[in-house]
Design a protein. Structure first.
Length: 247
């Protein structure tokens, strides 16, 4: 006789922990996020998480297949809470700009978690909801499916790449981050014009610019390119209307 499979809901602990709380996936994820903020990625272990929850470390496996599964849940949380703060307006460029900014900001709010999860595909419901929303914005705007997928791919990878890059800087110690930022003043600004004429000419502008994220600028570049793609797609679909609009 085969081993009886215990449903997932039945494996979950309903008794209060030593701290008097009843565990849930949400509580575990929120506790893991706190541990990442306080200790970094190396501090997130089943033993430490169990101690923080007031439960045996093995309790984690009633809710997640392991720490990697928990990592995916953390990534889903960062992605999903961006959607919680976003409202559609019907203007596809504005909607993507605001949603992209919300995703970027969500990851930067927890930089240690962002570094750990930005490259992961969770396949979990809240992340799927974000993907469905982005594709819905593009298809509703009139992008053919092939173009919608290309723009979606560029949009989400760009957003997560900058989230990882910018979060990586925020995850540094304050001293290390300050030293990196000061480099634009202490090193680049002091390079002589006879050996580095272009850096010397733009040193003040570089110092004022390079400590900020380039994400908004690059996102607008992508959206401008996508708008051109959409115009071409409309011209292919309605060639007579495009010809009528020419001077």
């Amino acid at each position: 006789m085969g081993k009886q499979v215990v449903p997932e809901v039945a494996r979950r602990r309903r008794r209060p922990t030593r701290q008097g709380t009843v565990l849930s996936e949400k509580l575990i994820v929120q506790t893991a996020l706190r541990m990442l903020r306080e200790h970094g990625s190396t501090g997130l272990t089943a033993r430490r998480l169990g101690a923080a929850l007031g439960a045996d470390p093995s309790t984690l496996y009633r809710y997640f297949a392991g720490l990697d599964d928990l990592t995916r849940a953390i990534g889903e949380e960062l992605m999903g809470r961006a959607l919680d703060t976003w409202t559609a307006t019907g203007d596809w460029r504005s909607d993507l700009r605001v949603l992209g900014g919300a995703i970027h900001a969500s990851y930067l709010a927890d930089p240690q978690a962002a570094v750990l999860t930005a490259s992961r595909v969770t396949g979990r419901p809240r992340e799927i909801a974000v993907d469905e929303t982005i594709l819905g914005i593009l298809r509703s705007a009139g992008f053919p499916d092939a173009d919608a997928v290309v723009v979606y791919h560029a949009f989400i990878d760009l957003t997560l790449a900058f989230a990882a890059l910018d979060a990586g800087s925020l995850a540094l110690t304050g001293e290390a981050r300050a030293a990196d930022e000061e480099m634009w003043h202490s090193t680049y600004a002091e390079l002589p014009a006879d050996t580095h004429p272009h850096i010397a000419a733009t040193a003040r502008l570089l110092a004022g610019r390079m400590t900020h994220s380039a994400y908004p600028v690059v996102l607008d570049t992508l959206l401008n390119s996508a708008a051109e793609q959409l115009s071409w797609a409309r011209a292919r679909r309605y060639p007579d209307a495009a010809s009528a609009q020419k001077p």
